[in-house]
Write a protein that binds this ligand. Structure first.
Ligand SMILES: Cc1cc2nc3c(=O)[nH]c(=O)nc-3n(C[C@H](O)[C@H](O)[C@H](O)COP(=O)(O)OP(=O)(O)OC[C@H]3O[C@@H](n4cnc5c(N)ncnc54)[C@H](O)[C@@H]3O)c2cc1C
Ligand SMILES: NC(=O)c1ccc[n+]([C@@H]2O[C@H](COP(=O)([O-])OP(=O)(O)OC[C@H]3O[C@@H](n4cnc5c(N)ncnc54)[C@H](O)[C@@H]3O)[C@@H](O)[C@H]2O)c1
Length: 472
């Protein structure tokens, strides 16, 4: 067994682990990075990247079929599912070098392609190596949760780890779970010519603002996605090509393929956490505000730490712990400015508090500013005028923003900036957005916040009349 000593040991080469390893190594720390499976983790191989590439194919097909309104005859799209999957793999292949072993070795990181497991509070074993590090970062991510639904073990089913490798188009895809994975994959598949039914136990897109979620769900239904809500699955039967899903209320759904999209479970089993005195909680490894585990020399970041499960959150976590692990400076992870977006068409994006959360905290003192896409000239020109932005404001500062509409995932960054820096609505209103751009909705919502103060104020009206009497 070889012995290795380093400043920082990173376990897992996904979104979080790669960010820590790259940053720490370039700042002069000796870094060892363990990866037992694919470099790039879930996001590159089975998550964000393939799902967005598949959605892009769906969008291309949908566009072909909806050009008449622009004066260009519609065409019947002829998607070739296997070719679409080639596109998905090509996109992964284009991005993969950025996450590759070679690139990281070039940055000075020692990359070991083995799974790691703790053997003591300060030592990790990986294949033939025993590694001692000043600090350890667990960034092992999450896997699809497959609940023990009776009958599920007797039928073939897909998860995000197998779906992107499927070469034959599902004739009728049943999706259990109406979260972001379920709804993104539903729209991609319906646009690629598959029949799709989503079976959701509670409320589809239930973590989002209900009004914004409803706008997206209406659009998906209009495109032909069947969405059953309040439909908790109780039993699964049938066989390959003829799957049956039964719900607690007795409804029966039949389809040819099944996708399980009911959430995630943290990747902790291989780590032998007890040997290191690291405690877990229901959804992952227990961490404090600074992302330290119950073993103070060990951090946990990204999906495995059980909070918001997004690539940009894993990257943000990496920046937080680099500060404390390398420089010994205090640093805390916040969630108040974290955005997320679901890349359906229209997109759905959130930063900070939803209206319901903000009302619970600020009560009647909360103000909600709103602007509809139907008043945005660019959106009208592009025939994307369906959607809205609303911003939750307390004492002149935004505390949350919700956007449902074209490019919502792009527009939301401004609100993360505003929340991170405690900007005022007046500072957003001072921005000038180019005309005609979709991003004008961000300025116009700030304008909407000030409209009653400026245009419906008798004080302002009196002041203007007075000044007008005096100025030449
Ligand atoms: C279908 C889908 C779509 C998604 N779309 C988006 C999106 O659009 N935007 C977004 O922000 N997020 C998206 N996500 C979420 C995003 O993929 C995750 O939040 C992100 O990958 C988490 O990064 P991570 O570093 O925590 O884990 P991962 O990226 O999963 O990386 C963990 C790595 O650790 C390795 N590993 C595990 N155990 C060990 C061990 N013991 N030793 C060594 N290595 C180990 C794994 O093999 C893996 O490579 C999506 C997820 C899915 C499933
Ligand atoms: N665009 C993005 O950023 C993006 C896209 C996809 C995934 N992700 C990340 O991946 C995570 C996982 O996504 P997800 O969609 O799997 O999880 P999720 O937890 O968001 O949604 C799962 C859904 O399944 C439902 N469900 C659970 N058990 C059920 C049952 N027995 N019968 C019927 N419905 C059931 C739940 O009520 C829930 O609505 C997300 O929370 C997100 O963090 C992000």
């Amino acid at each position: 067994m070889s012995r290795i000593e380093c400043d920082l040991l990173v376990i897992g080469a996904g979104s979080g682990g790669l960010s820590v390893a790259a940053g720490a190594s370039q700042m002069g720390a000796s870094v060892v990075l363990l990866e037992g499976h694919k470099m790039g983790g879930d996001c590159l191989n089975y998550g964000c990247v393939p799902s967005k590439a598949l959605l892009a194919s769906g969008k291309a097909a949908h566009r072909q079929a909806h050009t008449q309104a622009f004066g260009v005859a519609d065409q019947r799209p002829q998607p070739d599912y296997a070719a679409v999957k080639d596109h998905v793999q090509a996109v992964i292949g284009t991005i993969a070098p950025v996450d590759s072993q070679e690139r990281f070795e070039g940055l000075g990181v020692r990359v070991i392609r083995e799974f790691g497991r703790f053997v003591s509070p300060g030592e990790v074993e990986a294949g033939p190596h025993r590694i001692t590090a000043r600090r350890v970062v667990i960034a092992t991510g999450s896997s699809p949760l497959v609940p023990p639904i009776p009958g599920l073990d007797k039928v073939p089913y897909e998860t995000n780890e197998t779906l992107f490798g499927l070469r034959e188009a599902p004739e009728h895809l049943l999706i259990i779970g109406g979260g972001p994975i379920g709804m993104e994959m539903a729209q991609a598949h319906v646009r690629l010519g598959c029949k799709v039914t989503v079976i959701e136990g509670l409320k589809a897109l239930g973590k989002d603002d209900p009004e914004a979620a409803a706008l997206v769900l209406d659009r998906l239904r209009a495109e032909g996605v069947g969405i059953a809500e309040g439909a908790m699955v109780s039993r699964i039967g049938g066989q390959a090509g003829a799957i049956e899903v039964e719900t607690k209320d007795g409804s029966l759904f039949r389809g040819t393929h099944l996708l399980m999209a009911v959430g995630r479970k943290a990747n902790t089993e291989r780590l032998n956490l007890q040997a290191a005195g690291i405690e877990t909680r229901a959804n992952g490894i227990k961490v404090d505000d600074s992302l330290r585990t119950t073993n103070k020399r060990v951090y946990a970041i990204g999906d495995v730490s059980g909070g918001l499960q997004f690539t940009h959150v894993a990257g943000y976590h990496a920046s937080i712990i680099i500060r404390s692990a390398l420089f010994g400076l205090p640093s805390k992870a916040k969630t108040s400015h974290i955005p997320w977006a679901t890349y359906t068409d229209p997109e759905l994006a959130q930063a900070g508090l939803t209206e319901t959360q903000a009302r619970d905290i600020y009560g009647v003192k909360l103000e909600v500013a709103r602007f509809d896409y139907s008043h945005n000239d660019r959106a009208i020109a592009e025939r994307k005028a369906e959607g809205f932005i609303k911003v939750m404001v307390f004492k002149g500062r935004p505390v949350g923003a919700t956007i449902a509409g074209h490019q919502a995932g792009e527009l939301i960054s401004l609100w993360s900036l505003a929340l991170a820096n405690r900007l005022k609505m007046s500072q957003i209103a001072a921005m000038v957005a180019p005309y005609p751009s979709i991003s004008e909705v961000n300025k116009r919502v700030a304008g909407a916040y000030f409209t009653p103060r400026l245009f419906e104020s008798s004080f302002v009206k009196r002041a203007v009349r007075l000044v007008q009497r005096w100025i030449p």
